[in-house]
Design a protein around this ligand. Structure first.
Ligand code: SF4
Length: 361
């Protein structure tokens, strides 16, 4: 199947053909995890769950950056907002995520200077425009956004900007997949691997996980045909037992990915342990600023080291991110927790599985 134009990836006849093939070839109950929040939204938006055989369960994994951000990091963002002379810059999704006692939205309502930006470059712009203020950027991203953050820090250094700081809660995808496979109770028969992240990492980044756990894995794009094709490949691999790491998104992803973007990322950041909501601490799964860039490290500048705090009582966000529960199994879903009154980040983020279930199911 060789397609060229985007509308071909939404072709209804081709989608029907793929669904027929999936139904014809699927004989086992399968639990397939889409690792990327954008896949989650696309799956719901295009009604893909409703056309698959009942035995195929799609699980939303730890691929929504806001959702996997630990409670202590949300608390740190709130603390920054409470500091005098600080402007907090953030992507909009973080605003309503509840921390232990407050959220950025509540702090803003009480007068804190918090500005929603669409890019980390905008945050640097805020710093340039406010030389007498200290500007903190709340960085929650994966391989897709970390290179841009690194490039912005290099730009700030080059320009001699001294009032721009980054709090890095950035994370890497492959270590989370390995951590999931090591977790008791987690049962996954195949990964639908993220398209955007893989543009940077390349297919090779997943090879070690694939080889260690012998788990069917397919990188794919975000159109319905991309996703159905990935499901079909995973079904076929599970039925035949011939497992493989497949790049079904060659129009964007190569084996080696974007080496230049990774070089910029590695120039500024280094591997650190990171705390993931629900999963806990995963060694070498985060990206902290290298010593040479300490001057831009918000955690160091403000001596910010918040204690670990548990998830909100009753919130199953962590278990949902590991595929152990679905949002409907959370006791707070659609009762205490709604998009207007979110209890956990999975209901806040536009890529969160609880928000997706609420909106589409
Ligand atoms: S419905 Fe709300 S409380 Fe329940 S898991 Fe999702 S975000 Fe947490």
């Amino acid at each position: 199947m060789s397609l060229k134009y985007i509308d071909e990836y939404r072709d209804a006849d081709l989608a029907r053909l793929l669904v027929r093939k999936i139904k014809a070839e699927s004989h086992k109950d399968l639990r397939l995890m889409e690792v990327c929040g954008t896949h989650t939204m696309s799956i719901f938006k295009h009604g893909i769950r409703s056309v698959l055989p009942k035995g195929i369960t799609l699980l939303s994994g730890p691929g929504c950056p806001v959702c996997v951000t630990a409670q202590r990091d949300i608390d740190a963002f709130v603390e920054f907002a409470r500091k005098k002379n600080v402007i907090v810059t953030t992507f909009g999704d973080l605003m309503k995520v509840p921390g232990s006692g407050s959220s950025l939205a509540k702090e803003k309502a009480q007068g804190a200077d918090i500005r929603i930006v669409y890019s980390v470059l905008d945050a640097l712009g805020v710093a340039r425009q406010n030389p007498d203020r200290q500007v903190v950027f709340c960085a929650v991203g994966f391989e897709t956004t970390i290179p841009t953050i690194a490039a912005t820090i290099l730009a700030a250094k080059g320009e001699g900007v001294t009032n721009f700081f980054v709090y890095s809660a950035n994370k890497l995808t492959p270590p989370a997949l390995a951590a999931l496979m090591e977790t008791d109770g987690v049962k996954i028969d195949g990964f639908i691997l993220p398209g955007h992240v893989s543009v940077i990492t390349g297919t090779n980044a997943y090879r070690a996980t694939f080889e260690k756990y012998d788990i069917p894995s397919v990188i794919t794009g975000f159109e319905p045909i991309d996703i159905l094709k990935a499901v079909l490949i995973l079904v076929q691999q599970n039925e035949t037992g011939e497992k493989a790491l497949v790049n079904a998104y060659p129009r964007a992803v190569s084996d080696d990915g974007n080496a230049k973007a990774r070089a910029i990322m590695n120039q500024v950041f280094e591997l650190t342990d990171a705390t993931w909501r629900g999963i806990g601490t995963i060694p070498a799964s985060g990206m902290g600023l290298k010593q040479a860039f300490n001057a831009f490290d918000a955690a160091q500048k403000f001596n910010m080291d918040m204690p670990d705090t548990p998830e909100p009582a009753g919130c199953a966000c962590g278990q949902i991110l590991m595929g152990l529960k679905t949002p409907e199994a959370c006791v707070l879903y659609k009762k205490k927790c709604t998009p207007m009154t979110p209890v956990g980040p999975c209901m806040v983020s536009s890529e969160g599985s609880c928000a997706a279930f609420y909106r589409y199911s």
